[in-house]
Design a protein around this ligand. Structure first.
Ligand code: PMP
Ligand code: GLN
Length: 378
């Protein structure tokens, strides 16, 4: 029988992390911190297990955690999501994205994504018979040409997927971008999937423009975020989806059959932790220091670098160093120079002319110093 996704290889994140292990290379490829999550939070998970939260959580997620998420969004973006009916806890943002698409996209629907794009959007849309309509972000700042977006909207367009702060480029959507999106979404009656997993990692005094901030946009948006990025524990796979009730109803119809519910003790721990920790408000400073430390060490290198404005990723342009494809270059870096990175053509439908690799700077200063030392040899 035919494959449902004939052209989809194993994810680049698995491929590069495995290559890093096989070649004993520094792993700056897959995005995850190499420092621990807060011992206070870890202890709360133990406590939740010992307190007996070891059976199924409610399908929508632990109520206290949904309350804390609702309060956080209201505090930061001045928009109220009803914790009873408008928030669901998910197994990371990946499951939220899968569920949003499964609940909304049918055969023949068109979905606009911005390339380079995080790897899970397109295959998931295709799995449900949807068609991807890519709009290329314009380097060097990966800005959106909203006229091009308007031109690509058709009567079949069902959804636009956005991601700010943006993986892999580190670019941000501005308030003006969000207003343009809101306008187009309203005029054409579109849904929006806003992937905000790096919402708390944003630099140089910029402000995160959540889709929840814009009243008319919030009415037609699914927002997803991930605790793994915020609390340094990507392996816990906990995130959430927030959406207005009419959309959340559709989401939950699917969610209950994808996972039913997710890890109970971790939800309990996060609910308690969020009550008295404002850890996430300090996250931007924490990662800005890491970005600046790395960029300082990279001064004088032959990579062309535009500082990341958000996320924990930095793009490095190697066009003055090598003519190789980004895949060949990053393989050589891993095997011969013992540093694993992500070739960015994988986010660009395999286009060959992207002479850029992505490094993750969610690493100890020691790892970043070793990485810069290797990269400066080029
Ligand atoms: N969206 C983007 C842009 C991401 O970078 C990631 C993870 N790296 C995800 C979604 C998935 O998040 P999670 O690990 O919580 O599933
Ligand atoms: N989102 C992470 C990244 O961009 C990886 C997630 C994964 O491994 N699927 O590196």
């Amino acid at each position: 029988k035919n494959s449902k996704l004939p052209n989809i290889p194993t994810s680049i994140f698995s491929t590069m992390s495995k290559m890093a292990v096989d070649h004993n290379a520094l792993n700056l490829s897959q995005g995850f911190p190499n420092f621990p999550s807060d011992p206070v939070l870890n202890a709360l998970v133990d406590q939740a297990m010992n307190d007996g939260f070891n059976q199924y959580a409610p399908m929508q997620g632990d109520f206290e955690l949904r309350m804390e998420i609702s309060k956080k969004i209201e505090y930061l973006h001045n928009h109220f999501y009803n914790p009873d009916t408008e928030i669901t806890i998910t197994a990371g943002a990946t499951q939220a994205i899968f569920t949003i698409i499964a609940a909304t996209i049918s055969k023949g629907d068109e979905v606009i994504i911005f390339t380079p794009a995080y790897d899970c959007y397109a295959p998931t849309v295709e799995l449900f018979g949807g068609k991807i309509i890519p709009v290329q972000l314009k380097p060097p700042f990966y800005s959106v040409d909203w006229q091009e977006v308007a031109d690509k909207i058709s009567s079949k367009t069902k959804m636009i997927i956005i991601n700010s702060p943006h993986n892999p480029s580190g670019m941000l959507l501005s308030e003006k971008d969000m207003l343009q999106l809101q306008d187009l979404a309203e005029k054409n009656d579109l849904l929006v999937l806003s992937d905000e997993v790096y919402e708390h990692i944003i630099f140089d005094g910029n402000v995160h423009q959540s889709a929840s901030k814009f009243e008319a946009l919030a009415k037609r948006s699914f927002i997803t975020a991930s605790f793994g990025k915020t609390f340094h524990n990507t392996g816990w796979k906990i995130g959430y989806c927030a959406a207005p009730e009419r959309l959340m109803k559709e989401f939950q119809k699917v969610h209950q059959f994808v996972v039913f519910c997710v890890n109970h003790p971790i939800q309990k721990a996060l609910a308690t932790y969020l009550k008295d920790s404002h850890h996430y408000l300090k996250l931007s400073d924490f990662y800005q220091q890491k970005r600046d430390f790395f960029l300082h060490l990279m001064e004088g290198s032959n990579f062309k670098i535009i500082p990341s404005k958000g996320t924990y990723f930095q793009m490095l342009d190697f066009s003055e160093i090598s003519n190789e494809s980004d895949i060949a270059f990053s393989e050589r870096l891993t095997k011969e120079f013992k540093i694993a990175t992500i070739p960015t053509s994988v986010f660009n439908e395999g286009k060959k002319d992207f002479k850029q690799i992505r490094v993750c700077f969610a690493k100890t200063d020691e790892t970043l110093a070793q990485a810069a030392h290797i990269l400066k040899q080029f």
